[in-house]
Write a protein that binds this ligand. Structure first.
Ligand code: TXA
Ligand code: MG
Length: 316
């Protein structure tokens, strides 16, 4: 416990400077927001983002919320429809997360878990704001708790539950709201409540009118078909490619068209997964993927690959 406490520092000028340094170097920093504590990483650095999934022990890649300084920065990363912009103007900074089409490749594909959308939020907490200013980076941050456990609302909770899996914890006192942000997406032009949260349905409806009932189909993007699925057939645990296959490598391979990680590093593989699948999908009808160990991040990588392969089989 003592060593854990040493990872915590008050969110003063020195603490924020240290947190910014860790983030720029690709490390993980837990920080307070007005909703709950977030487990942050540089959203432009795929390996840093992969570190979040490893630290949380997430068996799957659920897409993450990317925290940005203001609406102007958000508009560089995503395409806003009129209603999204109205909501942002009304509720940002604050506890509303908007899921919108990605505008550029400025962010790691892993933050979107392969989806064509990205979840964005401008946090209101002064410490989160100062961290965004100081780094100048978009910061990907899910709630700072191990997968399947409740969200952390104090620095000590983060330290207790994430143990050695976080590089640094900024203590800004208890999170004010203690409840996660409301997540809102759009199905075509229709606003859809994806996760109820700190901003109520009524507050949102007062601005943009009635919300669609949370559609079961996209409520849990980690599980369902709104996830990116390659149109090429996928064969897993392949040692070498068959005639018309492109091989996605892991570890040393002379035959790989692309390699998730020639050095068999799971973080690197996670960071490359969605971008490489997408690239192969453009050119190949069949993709073979080399075996990936079921340890650490390998579990989430294999989960994603298995579901991509099964989805394809179901369509055929
Ligand atoms: O209050 C909060 O939102 C906190 C603080 C740290 O900002 N963050 C948080 O993140 O709760 P997380 O990762 O625990 O929850 C993110 C939610 C998940 O339900 C995820 O499925 C959804 O947002 N989400 C993220 N990206 C999405 C996307 N592209 N499409 C649909 N849902 C998405
Ligand atoms: Mg969470």
């Amino acid at each position: 416990m003592d060593s854990l406490v040493r990872k915590i520092a008050p969110a003063d000028i020195a603490g924020i400077a240290r947190a910014a340094r860790v983030l720029r170097q690709g490390g993980l920093v837990a920080f307070p927001t007005e909703t709950v504590y977030g487990l942050g990483a540089d959203a432009t650095n795929g390996q840093a983002v992969a570190g979040i999934f490893a630290a949380k022990g997430r068996p799957r890649f659920n897409p993450l919320i990317v925290h940005v300084r203001d609406l102007a920065e958000a508009e560089r990363h995503a395409r806003f429809c009129d209603r999204a912009r109205e909501l942002a103007k009304r509720f940002w900074p604050g506890a509303l997360t908007l899921v919108l089409p990605r505008a550029t490749n400025s962010l790691s594909e892993l933050v979107s878990a392969g989806l064509a959308t990205v979840a964005l939020r401008v946090p209101a907490h002064p410490v989160a704001q100062r961290l965004l200013q100081e780094t100048g980076l978009p910061i990907a941050a899910p709630s700072a708790n191990p997968s399947g456990r409740v969200s952390a609302t104090t620095a000590l909770h983060v330290a207790e539950s994430l143990e050695e899996n976080v590089d640094f914890i900024l203590d800004g006192g208890p999170a004010m709201l203690g409840l996660e942000s409301t997540v809102l997406g759009f199905e075509g032009d229709e606003p859809v409540l994806l996760r109820p949260g700190a901003i109520t349905r009524a507050e949102i409806e007062a601005i943009i009118g009635p919300l669609q009932k949370a559609g079961a189909a996209i409520q849990s993007p980690g599980q369902l078909e709104s996830h990116y699925a390659p149109s090429a057939a996928l064969r897993l645990n392949a040692l070498r490619p068959e005639q018309d296959e492109s091989l996605l490598g892991f570890g040393p391979s002379a035959d790989a068209a692309l390699n998730l990680s020639p050095g068999a590093d799971l973080k690197e593989a996670a960071a490359n997964l969605f971008a490489m699948l997408r690239r192969l999908d453009k050119n190949a009808r069949r993709i073979a993927v080399m075996p990936i160990p079921e340890t650490g991040l390998g579990e989430a990588i294999n989960d994603r690959l298995r579901r991509a392969a099964a989805g394809k089989r179901a369509q055929e």
